[in-house]
Design a protein around this ligand. Sequence first.
Ligand SMILES: Cc1cc2nc3c(=O)[nH]c(=O)nc-3n(C[C@H](O)[C@H](O)[C@H](O)COP(=O)(O)OP(=O)(O)OC[C@H]3O[C@@H](n4cnc5c(N)ncnc54)[C@H](O)[C@@H]3O)c2cc1C
Length: 156
Amino acid sequence: MAEKPFIIAGGGIGGLAAALGLAKAGKHSLVLEQAERLGEIGAGIQIAPNAFNCFDFLGIGGALRENAVYIDRLRLMDALSGEEICHIPLDEDFRERFGNPYAVVHRADLHLALLRHAVPAERWKCEPATRFAATGRMKIPFLSRLRTVMRSKEPL
Ligand SMILES: Cc1cc2nc3c(=O)[nH]c(=O)nc-3n(C[C@H](O)[C@H](O)[C@H](O)COP(=O)(O)OP(=O)(O)OC[C@H]3O[C@@H](n4cnc5c(N)ncnc54)[C@H](O)[C@@H]3O)c2cc1C
């Protein structure tokens, strides 16, 4: 029996990371994304050391490090007084202790890194402009389209 793909709702950071992780494990997946086109808007996203561990596992850690901005410290500020409450140094000691840096990358760079590494895996496919509906019992829209994909002998 042909392998049925994993269905992933949403082609954001989580969905693409899941598709990439499944592909690495030799599994097929179908990402249903409501947007017309895959892409990421937004600004910077902070990447903590544990996230770098995950991205290294997925094979995109190096690409992210190249474009990352390495900040010196995390500062928590009082919104009313504007005074610093405390700060966490993100220096060499921090990196050594947690095994990875704390950095900021552009969201688009993260999304693109996930996309570019997911595509060559040839084990996932994305259906843009497809809205996943979950109301009460889980329903998958465009069921006939999915059935066609699942019955198809072609790889996803
Ligand atoms: C302002 C802001 C700043 C943040 N800063 C940081 C930070 O610095 N560091 C950090 O680690 N995290 C940060 N986060 C959190 C981080 O963005 C999220 O944890 C992460 O994006 C979650 O990934 P996701 O795939 O679950 O969701 P998303 O990346 O939002 O992706 C969800 C995707 O699902 C699609 N979708 C939604 N509903 C459906 C549907 N019914 N059918 C089909 N597709 C659907 C959407 O179009 C979207 O593409 C921030 C979040 C915000 C809002």
